[in-house]
Design a protein. Structure first.
Length: 896
């Protein structure tokens, strides 16, 4: 009963929001009341522990804007007038409400439909009641012996606000109509079909004609121009060029109407200094007010008296009843000063960029067009706001709040990162990461402030987990597919995360050791990118895992790279000198770069991705090498099984740093003492020794530098152990000399590393000794490796990427649905989590069939959004902190 009550609260909050969106288009008081009730419902739900209220970045902009407005008003020219109007800003509360409740594409589209339907009511009011009132007024004028023009009577009754409401609705309906046929044509997977349908075409075209007719009668030049620009741009971006041509013809025809020509001719006087219209306010009044009041007049403190007084000082005329500057930019600057303008620009710019990025880089066509629809709606208001002050219009405040919230709720756009030399964001990341350095440095406190300030502008990301790991298999090799599927079963990786690639037939000796960069692009890189886009999972994949039977070297010229190295830099080959001398600097490397320098504290990939964004490289590992001097299938599977069993075991083993007079050992000698000291402070036994252990039973790690070693004679390895020996050919399996990394795997290690060609003795090309420090702090093996490698371009990493021996061992249980249950009605999904003392979880997400569908500690699963058949629900919880460990649970259900 408790969970059903939580479900009803969330559902009722959404229904109230839907009703508010519908009513706000034609009746402001009712729309406000319903929005307030939705917010109250969410607050009550949060108090009862049913889920948090999202407060995304646009909501913080709202808060900042309100603070600036209060300060400007308190010290402004007319505080009493300003504070009597400032309550209007409260109604931006639609931002957190929409961001919290619009948890799926189905809900976003439902809200867009609601707004279109509400605007349809407004359109009918204009077409029927306003036309009737204009006809009656014309008859009265004729009865009094006056001339009457019905067209002009109708147009003269037009409302600036109604024009913009209809404009936004027309843009929304344009997007919905573009969405609907696309989904039918693409024959999307059934589980995704329900949420993405735009609107029935017949109803949509009838609605568009109705809205367009009302929009024409409610003729406002700014709204007309904004709608025309945005809709033509929308059609052009989506490839509907014939509609662009038809729209141009329609606009040309309407311009020929006498009432329209009359309104357009008025622009000449409006834009002349003698008329007293916009040009006077923009060039005379606004500059004076902004110059005299750089901190602002106060919110809406500009009234007709102040306008006329300023005009008299300039000896110019301003029309009567003018109490604002007819421009968002000028009005906000005059009212709230330069600080208010800065907040407005960041606020608007962040949301527009988010929508445009989604429109360009969305995970699939539907995501791109849905993001573009929201961006175009906001763009229409922004463009209109250049010649109108619509940011203070009561009805449009609700619309702005809805759009900001929906853009914040819309799934994050797919990013196709760039790599190369460290740039501003990667350097800034390292500054921010310095706050966790050992030992702490005073200057790094400012780094934390910078880091937190910058991450406030970015969308939250997720820590690495099974659902974020893409597994690649060679479909020509049965063992490759078998190992991949076995690993996915061990780790409960969603089936949708497996990509089987056709690498062509293997030679007599098996899969080739090396391939060309062109073959990598055509056989691996391009097919994987296409699969990610087609499946709609690109947005949350953070790392790759290659199964067995892949080439391990890329014949780049003049120096070879590893398969993993070229994958890491996203198929963009760095300069050859950076490869040869190891001077390439990975943006994930946590240092230190040399003796006496500070290293950075451990973090999960998601924390780095928040700042690096498009510069985030692609971490990857290989599950095993089967072939000449490699492992057997049984050895690889045993290693992966040990890795999965190691999670959360908090091992008490020993890390051995083995030193000798060999040049290979000396390359990293300066790293060992400080790394060992750090491990001992964290309770891990670490030894710097000049000999390998013999018959030890507690090995959790070995780092050494020798060409030949017998890993089997060293001793017993604990689950999750990583062992490697810095030498030239540990992963050059077609070279006959030196011990291969596969011997560590066969002996019992869960991970190892080696180079695929001659690296020379550059320490930067091998794992840093602080690998184990990151590992001890709860990072996965792949996260620990890449924070410990400065130049991973010629390196091969083998093992279980998700192994995390020191991660907290927590249990997450999905409540509200039983395994195998048939789901016929919407169901409240709640979570029960049991965690060790001191471990807290702050974020919860839900996936169905491998795709993220929502977040929050409770969630409503609606069967109407999924096709008939079997589905898998996954809930994931993330710990608080820079290293975000995960707990998850999965439940299979059936839609009958």
């Amino acid at each position: 009963m408790k969970m059903a009550w939580k479900a009803s609260l969330e559902q009722w909050a959404f229904r109230l929001l839907w009703a508010s969106v519908f009513c706000s288009a034609f009746t402001l008081p009712v729309g406000r009341v319903l929005l307030l009730l939705s917010m109250i419902t969410l607050i009550y739900r949060a108090v009862r522990g049913g889920g948090r209220i999202r407060f995304p970045f646009p909501a913080w902009c709202w808060f900042s804007f309100a603070v600036v407005a209060v300060l400007a008003s308190a010290f402004g020219v007319n505080p009493s007038l300003s504070f009597s109007k400032i309550s209007k800003l409260i109604w931006f509360m639609g931002i957190p409400v929409a961001a919290t409740l619009a948890i799926s594409r189905a809900r976003i589209i439902a809200l867009l439909r609601a707004y279109v339907y509400g605007a349809g009511v407004l359109a009918l009011d204009i077409l029927v009641l306003r036309t009737w009132a204009a006809w009656q007024a014309g008859n009265r004028a004729v009865a009094q012996g006056k001339a009457s023009d019905l067209w002009w009577e109708i147009i003269d009754r037009g409302s600036m606000t109604h024009g913009q409401v209809l404009m936004v609705a027309l843009i929304a309906l344009t997007g919905l109509l573009i969405l609907a046929p696309r989904q039918r044509a693409e024959n999307r997977p059934a589980s995704d079909a329900a949420p993405v349908m735009g609107i029935p075409r017949l109803l949509g075209w009838f609605g568009q004609l109705t809205l367009l007719a009302a929009f024409i009668l409610n003729f406002k030049r700014g709204s007309w121009a904004s709608a025309g620009i945005v809709i033509m741009l929308f059609y052009g971006l989506t490839g509907h060029w014939r509609r662009v041509l038809l729209l141009l013809i329609a606009v040309g025809s309407m311009v020929m109407l006498p009432p329209v020509q009359r309104r357009l001719s008025d622009l000449r006087s409006e834009l002349s200094l003698g008329h007293g219209g916009r040009l006077v306010m923009w060039t005379k009044i606004a500059p004076t007010l902004i110059r005299e009041h750089p901190f602002g007049l106060g919110y809406r403190a500009l009234d007709e008296n102040l306008m006329q007084e300023t005009a008299r000082r300039h000896k110019v005329r301003v029309e009567k009843n003018r109490n604002h500057l007819h421009s968002n930019l000028l009005q906000i600057t005059a009212s709230l000063g330069w600080a208010g303008l800065a907040v407005y620009m960041v606020w608007m710019g962040n949301s527009l960029i988010k929508g445009i990025r989604q429109g360009i880089r969305g995970a699939d066509v539907t995501d791109r067009r849905l993001g573009l629809t929201l961006a175009m709606m906001l763009s229409g208001l922004f463009i209109n706001g250049l010649v109108e002050y619509n940011y203070g219009d009561a009805e449009l405040v609700l619309v702005y709040g809805l759009l900001f919230g929906l853009l914040a709720a819309n799934p994050a756009s797919t990013r196709l990162p760039r790599t190369g030399r460290p740039t501003f964001w990667s350097r800034l990341l390292k500054v921010g990461r310095g706050v966790l350095a050992e030992p702490p440095c005073g200057s790094n406190r400012m780094g934390l402030i910078i880091l937190l300030f910058c991450t406030a502008f970015l969308q939250p990301a997720l820590a690495l987990g099974p659902h974020e790991l893409l597994v690649l298999a060679n479909q020509r090799e049965p063992d490759s597919v078998a190992v991949a599927k076995a690993y996915m079963q061990m780790r409960q990786i969603p089936d949708i995360n497996l990509v089987e690639l056709d690498l062509g037939p293997s030679g007599p000796g098996g899969v080739a050791a090396a391939i060309s960069p062109e073959a990598f692009t055509s056989q691996i890189w391009t097919p994987v990118q296409q699969a990610l886009r087609d499946r709609g999972i690109a947005a949350h994949i953070q790392a790759w895992a290659y199964s067995t039977h892949f080439p391990y070297r890329i014949n780049t010229t003049p120096l070879a790279m590893s398969l993993q190295g070229l994958t890491f830099v996203r198929n963009r080959i760095p300069p050859s000198m950076e490869i040869a001398q190891g001077t390439y600097v990975s943006s994930l490397f946590a240092g230190p770069d040399g003796p006496g320098k500070n290293g950075f504290g451990p973090q999960s990939f998601d924390t780095m991705q928040q700042l690096l964004r498009d510069e985030m490289p692609l971490p990857n590992m290989t599950l095993g090498y089967i072939g000449t001097q490699g492992n057997t299938v049984a050895e690889v599977l045993a290693m992966l099984r040990r890795g999965s069993e190691a999670d959360g075991t908090q091992p008490t083993g020993t890390v051995y740093y083995v030193v000798s007079d060999d040049i290979r050992s000396k390359a990293r000698l300066w790293q060992f003492a400080s790394a060992a000291e750090g491990l001992r402070r964290m309770g891990v036994n670490a030894l710097v020794t000049n000999s390998f252990p013999q018959a030890a039973t507690d090995i959790i790690g070995i780092m050494s530098g020798v060409p030949v070693v017998n890993p089997a004679a060293v001793g017993g390895y604990l689950p999750g152990a990583m062992a490697e020996h810095l030498t030239s050919f540990a992963a050059t399996f077609d070279h006959p000399t030196q011990t291969k990394l596969s011997r560590w795997i066969a002996a019992g290690a869960s991970g190892s590393a080696g180079t695929v060609c001659e690296p020379m003795s550059y320490w930067s090309k091998f794992p840093h000794a602080r690998f184990f420090n990151h590992y001890r702090m709860g990072c996965t093996m792949i996260e620990s490796f890449y924070q410990a490698i400065r130049c991973p371009l010629q390196l091969m990493l083998v093992g279980d990427p998700l192994t995390a021996p020191w991660a907290p061992r927590s249990t997450l249980q999905i409540k509200g649905i039983e395994p195998g249950e048939s789901l016929r009605t919407a169901r409240s999904i709640d979570l029960n989590i049991q965690a060790p003392r001191g471990v807290s979880y702050s974020r919860f997400i839900y996936l169905v069939d491998g795709k993220i569908i929502g977040e929050g500690q409770s969630f409503s699963l609606d069967p109407a959004e999924w096709a008939k058949g079997k589905h898998t629900l996954r809930a994931v919880a993330y710990t608080v902190g820079f290293v975000r460990s995960q707990a998850f649970d999965t439940v299979r259900f059936v839609i009958p």
